[in-house]
Write a protein that binds this ligand. Structure first.
Ligand SMILES: CC(C)(COP(=O)(O)OP(=O)(O)O)[C@@H](O)C(=O)NCCC(N)=O
Length: 460
């Protein structure tokens, strides 16, 4: 078994041609790539890990060759520029991992690009499950990611609008890939591509018929503050659109379908491309915003309540008055019992059935949610992945909406709160740079106000 891994690698990962022959040596036979692909697909997960570790470790950069050339480059300091460029080009060439050529050869055969996308999905899975974090595997991943970024750059992507007339196989995929608000049936799907709705996908010639990333848009009079009005509404599906009722585009679901294209930023490009498409269809349209879920808020809140209980700081989360309401409604004694009662209510979503509690908890939960989105960080960036995505794109954390998603899932995941990340078109690139480089979050007065209320209470 082992020698067949070695054999395949030795045979299919041909040595890098010499610098002089780099553009003169014919590519290896296609059969090499096909054999590599066939062999890899036949392996189980664990064997794939072993195989990729061998590939990345034994067929990477020839370090001796590179260091010799690096020394040589230092020697040529002060020489004429032509010589310096020559030596630099040799050094650059010597830093090409041997397996990089194999990847480019594979991309040229039928199904090769899709194979490489799926291979990177394996690499990402191995890296994220920490079963391999070797520097060689990281190098293989970044080499493959940079190739994929070139092959899937915007100029090579096809924007497709999905309508009720799109082929069934595409509509079926749109329904299957919908990760944010699952499509329940044909009627539901028909509404999502019907009047006052737009559905766009990026496709690529190397993966025909495969939507790479899908964006669902609702066309509304103003920026939506509730998702039921979008995914539940029984708009008669055959009504014509009235342009006077269309001033805003609401991105209410976006999903990428290829795990191996993570980090290639297809979602960001799709949003920007769709904005341009909508501007040409509706020249007067000036409001572009998401209506986004806040996955993880309820869990974070449970943890925070627990932690504050241990440290006896419960009053930093809710005011005396708010705790008194909780005690009155639940009959719990002041202090820890009331906090426990609140944790249970949030955990079981029962609180939503008591109008008094819903009313009493609104200010507190909105403050806490604003802090969760704006204040909680992971390596300096927003902890919440959806916030991080839109902030990377340069959107503004614009409005928190109470009772925006009253579905059981919405209540359980984020106490029913949703957030609009607004795309002010002239500001997105500035905001994105400020966020990516200085971790500055652009937020509206409403959000900043809620955050400072939270900070006042908890002296954070
Ligand atoms: C939000 C999505 C579309 C961003 O994808 P993309 O723009 O390619 O970002 P990245 O993975 O390249 O960083 C992606 O992360 C996704 O599908 N997330 C799960 C569904 C969701 N919308 O949260």
């Amino acid at each position: 078994e082992h020698n067949s891994m070695e054999e395949i690698l030795k045979k299919t990962v041909v040595p890098l041609p010499t610098y002089e022959m780099r553009e003169k040596s014919p590519p290896p036979p296609e059969s090499n790539s096909l054999e590599f692909m066939h062999f890899y697909k036949s392996l189980e997960k664990e064997q794939r890990l072993e195989f990729l570790e061998k590939l990345s470790h034994d067929f990477g950069v020839d370090h001796r060759w590179a260091s010799d050339l690096a020394a040589k480059m230092l020697d040529t300091q002060g020489r004429d520029v032509a010589t310096i460029l020559q030596v630099e080009d040799r050094l650059r060439y010597s830093l090409t991992p041997r397996y990089r050529q194999l990847l480019t050869h594979i991309s040229k055969v039928q199904g090769g690009v899709k194979f490489l996308v799926d291979l990177r999905a394996d690499l990402i899975e191995f890296a994220s499950s920490k079963i391999s974090d070797s520097p060689h595997m990281r190098d293989l991943n970044s080499t493959l990611k940079s190739l994929l970024s070139e092959w899937f750059s915007v100029g090579l992507l096809q924007l497709e609008r999905i309508t009720w007339r799109s082929p069934c196989e595409i509509l079926q995929k749109i329904s299957q890939y919908e990760a944010v608000h699952p499509v329940r049936n044909w009627t539901d799907l028909k509404r999502r591509v019907g009047p006052y709705r737009r559905c766009y996908a990026f496709t690529h010639a190397s993966m025909p018929g495969e939507p790479l990333v899908v964006l669902h848009v609702a066309l509304t009079e103003d920026i939506a503050n509730n998702i039921q009005g979008i995914v539940r509404e029984f708009a008669t599906v055959d009504v014509d659109e009235d342009v006077n009722k269309i001033n805003a585009a609401i991105f209410y679901s976006i999903s990428s379908t290829q795990a191996g294209l993570q980090g290639v930023e297809l979602g960001n490009y799709l949003i920007k491309r769709v904005v341009r498409e909508l501007q040409s269809e509706f020249p007067h349209m000036a409001q572009f915003s998401s209506l986004s879920p806040i996955p993880g808020f309820s869990l974070w809140l449970q943890g925070t309540l627990g932690q504050h209980k241990k440290e006896g700081r419960a009053t930093e989360l809710l005011s005396e008055q708010e705790w008194r309401e909780v005690e009155d409604v639940t009959g719990a004694a002041p202090g820890a019992p009331a906090l426990e009662a609140l944790r249970r209510l949030i955990g079981t979503s029962e609180w939503i059935r008591s109008d008094r509690l819903v009313h009493a908890l609104e200010p507190a939960l909105m403050r806490l949610c604003a802090w969760y989105l704006y204040g909680e960080k992971r390596r300096g960036y927003a902890l919440n992945p959806v916030a991080n995505f839109h902030l990377q794109n340069g959107a503004t954390m614009w409005r928190l909406n109470w009772q925006a998603d009253t579905s059981p899932r919405g209540i359980a995941n984020s106490c029913g709160i949703m957030v609009n990340y607004r795309y002010f078109l002239q500001e997105t690139s500035t905001n994105s740079t400020a966020y990516m480089q200085n971790k500055v979050i652009k937020a509206s007065e409403q959000v900043v106000g809620l955050v400072s209320q939270f900070q006042k209470n908890s002296k954070l």
